[in-house]
Write a protein that binds this ligand. Structure first.
Ligand code: ARG
Length: 410
């Protein structure tokens, strides 16, 4: 009888290599590897096929998800304005549902009965992968070796690899866990677990140290159509190219570094460091354009939606009716978010240097101090009288009460 198949989210690193062997030993599965190309870089993808087969996978699917990731996940997130706990631009979180979705697709294609991943039992990523799988095919069994086996950490993994003839990655061991895609790179764990300690200067990969950035500011413009960025410095780009180019431009000015302590979904606080250079620029420009084009009440209401949307992405609640409904709202809000924002980049900072939109609600005649043709200043008095009525009434009542009290004292 043919063996049952499991599709493993495979990165080619030590952990997932060990998982291939462990799945065979423990469950006697046929292992199908699935690697998502989300822009982690060619060096991580090189030689993967040979490596997977050598480690014991029967076949590997390397899926180029970059375009889909940016178009269907990252850009809608930008439109929403989602930022987790005021700092994190959600680079890892936003990619997980898509990887989960591909796991399900490949599982259905090859007739697998299970999927597996290398996320640990302490983190957010296990939740995000598994929520996606449950939403899209709840009949698949989910295997999370880190929650099952006795291996405790990296050195146990090394021992297991040695005793099972698994080639150990030749890349120098990094003292932290790294997750990289087109949007960002994250570092956590290891020496970063002390929140009171700065990371080594050479840890960063996408950004220069702001102190070492050029002494000359650089100008850049980003153009949006209905909240979707489509051009840099007036030149139209595909979504993937646009993010890549902005990563380079912002990176050379040290823009987009975040060092934070965040609340994980499972309840504990963890310290993470992120580099999101292009994403920081795009988010900045998008927000600026919304300031310029959105109706006041809509903008304020949308700020609350952004908090909720960020939490949902962080928690892995992507394939849910609420996220879809919020998306419908967000898309409606973006109808007029078309235009161009100019920025100056200087040593880790972004300053807005220009705004242009045919849909701006900025009305010079209305706001100017200079002439009074459109706006009747006298009207403001009635506005203040009525809007301030509750304050006026309360003030009157309190004064009366005070007078009564004082009269009683005498
Ligand atoms: N703390 C971030 C998040 O939960 C980053 C997680 C990084 N994941 C990793 N496997 N290194 O989204």
């Amino acid at each position: 009888m043919a063996k049952e198949k499991v599709v493993l989210a495979y990165s080619g690193g030590l952990d997932t290599s060990v998982i291939v062997k462990w799945l065979q030993e423990k469950y006697d599965y046929e292992i199908v590897a699935m690697t998502a190309n989300v822009g982690q870089g060619d060096s991580e993808l090189e030689g993967l096929e040979a490596k997977a087969i050598k480690t014991g996978a029967s076949q590997i699917f390397i899926e180029d998800l970059r375009e889909e990731l940016v178009r269907d996940y990252i850009f809608p997130m930008v439109q929403s304005g989602a930022v987790y706990e005021g700092k994190y631009l959600l680079g890892t979180a936003i990619a997980r549902p898509l990887i989960g979705k591909k796991l399900v697709e490949i599982a259905e294609k090859v007739g697998a009965t299970a999927v597996a991943h290398g996320a640990t039992g302490k983190g957010n990523d296990q939740v995000r992968f598994e929520f996606a799988v449950k939403a899209l095919n709840p009949y698949l069994k989910i295997i999370a070796p880190w929650r099952e086996w006795d291996l405790k950490g990296r050195s146990d993994c090394m021992d297991y690899a040695c005793s099972h003839g698994i080639p150990i990655p030749v890349t120098a061991e990094k003292p932290y866990s790294i997750d990289r895609n087109l949007w960002h790179i994250s570092f956590e764990g290891g020496i970063l677990e002390d929140p009171d300690r700065e990371p080594e200067k050479d840890m960063y990969r996408l950004t220069v140290d702001p102190f070492d950035a050029p002494d000359q500011a650089e100008e850049v413009t980003i153009s949006f159509e209905k909240g979707i960025p489509f051009a840099v410095n007036g030149k139209s780009q595909s979504p993937v190219k646009l993010v890549e180019e902005l990563n380079i431009i912002a990176g050379r000015h040290g823009i987009g570094r975040i060092d934070m302590v965040e609340n994980r979904f499972l309840g504990m606080k963890s310290r993470g460091i992120y580099e999101t250079p292009g994403g920081t620029l795009i988010s900045f420009a998008h927000r600026e354009l919304e300031h310029y084009t959105l109706d006041r009440d809509l903008y304020h209401y949308k700020e609350g939606i952004a908090l909720k949307y960020a939490e949902m992405i962080y928690y892995g609640l992507w394939f849910t009716p609420l996220r879809e409904a919020l998306d419908a709202f967000i898309q409606k809000t973006q109808e007029k978010v078309t235009g161009t924002i100019g920025m100056k980049l200087y040593k880790g900072n972004i300053a807005v240097s220009g705004r242009e939109s045919a849909h701006t609600l900025y009305h010079h005649g209305m706001v100017t101090f200079e002439d009074d043709q459109l706006f009747e200043q006298k009207d403001a008095q009635g506005f203040i009288n009525l809007y301030g009525l509750p304050m006026t009434i309360r003030g009157m009542v309190e004064i009366k009460a005070r007078q009564k009290k004082e009269a009683g004292k005498n």
